[in-house]
Design a protein around this ligand. Structure first.
Ligand SMILES: [Zn+2]
Ligand SMILES: [Zn+2]
Length: 137
């Protein structure tokens, strides 16, 4: 399997040579900033399967868990592309909106519903969790 994608201005392009380990819609408060008011949809892959061309910006912060996470984006157009935790460097989460074909990133879980605003739309067909789901592995 090969999943191509990149940012809005195409300065950053990537290919992922693996199927997603899992795909989630995340309504945590941080994702609402990145998602402009909605959730983000993120697919998790082995880091080794991701190949990137182009320069990335990196915003790092300490998560509630105490782990440092990095959010990487195109410094030219601002599209958020990847996130990763220093505690799990073998995994990368890719923003599904940056896939060339977002159909490949159908979420299977809705996370952090407790942080969502009252007007949020959840997919009733999906299982959900009020807070952080268990780690991908
Ligand atoms: Zn860009
Ligand atoms: Zn989130």
């Amino acid at each position: 399997m090969e999943i191509p994608g990149g940012c809005l201005c195409r300065a950053v392009r990537y290919t992922i040579g693996a199927a997603p380990i899992l795909t989630r819609a995340c309504w945590c408060r941080v994702c609402q900033y990145i998602g402009a008011g909605s959730s983000t949809v993120n697919a998790c892959f082995p880091s080794a399967a991701l190949q990137v061309s182009g320069e990335l910006g990196d915003y790092s912060m300490v998560a509630d868990s105490g782990n440092v996470s990095h959010r990487r984006f195109c410094p030219s157009c601002g599209t958020h592309l990847f996130s990763a935790s220093e505690a799990r460097p073998h995994l990368v989460f890719v923003r599904v909106g940056s896939f060339d074909d977002p159909e490949l990133g159908r979420p299977t879980l809705t996370a952090w519903t407790a942080s969502a605003p009252s007007w949020a739309c959840f997919d009733a067909r999906l299982p959900s969790t009020e807070r952080q789901p268990p780690p991908a592995s």
